[in-house]
Design a protein around this ligand. Structure first.
Ligand code: 5AD
Ligand code: SF4
Length: 466
């Protein structure tokens, strides 16, 4: 949709992209880069030299949106000095706020939701002619399967491959189903081809991405919710159906020298087959990011999570019995509406039960349009949210330290990913469980798999001997 025609014509060429939020956004920015490069734009690293600045945005919590608005403010002066500069907002904030964002943030010229990126070259040309535009139609089909992402900011060792888009879960607090639409899976052949291509380019690790990877289901394309209907068609071929365990299994065989990671798993969709496939292949990393959000059954019901605490604990037990060295990580939300001290204690109890290696913890942030926004009053005091968040962070630190201590005195295999932030003389890498290790450079190179002897640890890092 085109909104206005106000400015002089200019042919933009140099594009700068800034990415916020989740790994999915990182992957999407790589897709956007690829589309732009194919259309003769260049991608540059300096916003002050750009003709076009894109912000790929996140809406998951209010703070993320505020951060973007502050960042936009920083560019007001530049926009004044360079009238031909075009500013675009991509991603979840674009999809959530649509034309409202153009009204609120006067310096924005282009709004593009996550399923509209193929239109980007056209939208830039429209903006060059002075037309502001909003592209926010969500798709049931788009997976960008044919687009080979350009991994400009990567270390040439690790890469993301997105395998599903959207989410059909309706967690009460979450804005993602509204901003990323219906769940659809990408053609497995294109996924495996991309992995092989990365292997040939020298990459050593891929991370399969989706809001809910365990729910992956390819049956020829289209939204997951239409699968039942498709199965009823007379010429439906069951052998052509791929679920997540099949994808993981075939991927592990197709690129045996590459490490495979995946994120995010949802408890209700993680089948026994997936656990078996992780256990079966050495090149599938022994780490599962398995958010539960709360340890209180009452809160889980209010959150409409689709699983109980008992089911989750049983799943954890099954994972640990089949993959004893598996690291499990979490996301937790404190201060969900009506959460009491008793609910909070149950979350701490659950953390003590699982003993996660790491976790991401958040204060509940009310998101307009969600079920929780409509039905549950954001009534937990900010002070209580703060205190509960501190409790969780403290306990997680203890557990992470306990988890890491098990490696002290042992040899650990790590993939060297880069130079340590703290010292040029040191490198860092991760073990299969996704724990970061720091070690001396010696003759090691980025991209090597090496064994390092761990002499010490913190709650965040393994420290190897020189
Ligand atoms: N408030 C706080 N945290 C949220 N998350 C998702 N929505 C919200 C919200 N409204 C967290 C969940 C999710 C992670 C990606 O972000 O823990 O797993
Ligand atoms: Fe949001 Fe739940 Fe989907 Fe995750 S699974 S993206 S928390 S709705």
């Amino acid at each position: 949709m085109s909104l206005s025609n106000t400015r002089v014509s200019h042919k933009s060429n140099k594009v700068y992209i800034e990415t916020y939020g989740c790994q999915m956004n990182v992957s999407d920015s790589e897709i956007v880069s690829s589309i732009l490069l194919k259309n003769n734009f260049s991608i540059i690293d300096d916003p002050y030299k750009a003709d076009v600045i894109f912000f790929n945005t996140c809406s998951i919590r209010d703070k993320a949106e505020q951060r973007l608005r502050n960042r936009l403010n920083n560019f007001k002066k530049l926009k004044k000095d360079k009238p031909y500069l075009k500013i675009g907002v991509l991603g979840c904030m674009a999809e959530r706020l649509k034309e409202k964002l153009i009204e609120q943030e006067k310096i924005v010229d282009m709004i593009m939701g996550p399923d509209s990126y193929r239109n980007i070259p056209y939208v830039i040309r429209e903006a060059d002619m002075g037309n502001k535009s909003v592209n926010v139609i969500l798709s049931n089909e788009e997976t960008y399967a044919d687009i080979n992402p350009v991994r400009r900011s990567s270390n040439n060792v690790t890469a993301f491959i997105s395998i599903t888009r959207g989410c059909d879960n309706k967690c009460s607090f979450c804005v993602v189903p509204l901003t990323r639409g219906m769940e659809r899976s990408r053609n497995p052949i294109s996924i495996i081809e991309e992995a092989k291509h990365l292997h040939d380019e020298g990459y050593k690790q891929i991370t399969l991405l989706g809001q809910n990877v365990d729910s992956y289901l390819w049956y020829g394309g289209g939204p997951k919710k239409d699968y039942k209907q498709a199965k009823r068609e007379p010429n439906f071929d069951m052998k052509k159906t791929w679920n997540f365990s099949r994808l993981l299994d075939e991927m592990a065989v197709a690129v045996p020298s590459m490490r495979i990671r995946f994120s995010t798993s949802n408890p209700q969709d993680m089948t026994e087959d997936v656990i078996d496939v992780i256990a079966k292949h050495d090149n599938i990393c022994k780490h599962i990011h398995l958010p539960i959000q709360s340890g209180s059954s009452r809160i889980l019901r209010m959150m409409r999570r689709g699983h109980t605490k008992e089911y989750y604990k049983d799943l954890i037990d099954r994972i640990k019995s089949k993959i004893p060295d598996c690291a499990i990580t979490h996301d937790m939300i404190v201060g969900y509406p009506s959460e009491t001290d008793y609910d909070h204690k149950q979350t701490l109890d659950l953390m003590n039960y699982v003993r996660y290696s790491h976790g991401f913890m958040f204060k509940y942030s009310e998101r307009p349009g969600t079920y929780a926004y409509r039905k549950h009053k954001d009534d937990v005091k900010e002070e209580d949210k703060d205190n509960r968040l501190s409790d969780l962070i403290e306990l997680q630190k203890e557990h992470s330290f306990g988890f890491n201590k098990r490696y002290v005195g042992t040899n650990v295999k790590v993939l060297v990913e880069g130079v340590s932030k703290k010292s040029d003389e040191k490198l860092f890498g991760r073990n299969s469980q996704n724990i970061v290790a720091i070690f001396p450079k010696n003759n090691n190179k980025i991209g090597d798999y090496i064994d390092v002897k761990i002499k010490d640890c913190t709650s965040a890092t393994l420290i190897a001997e020189s």
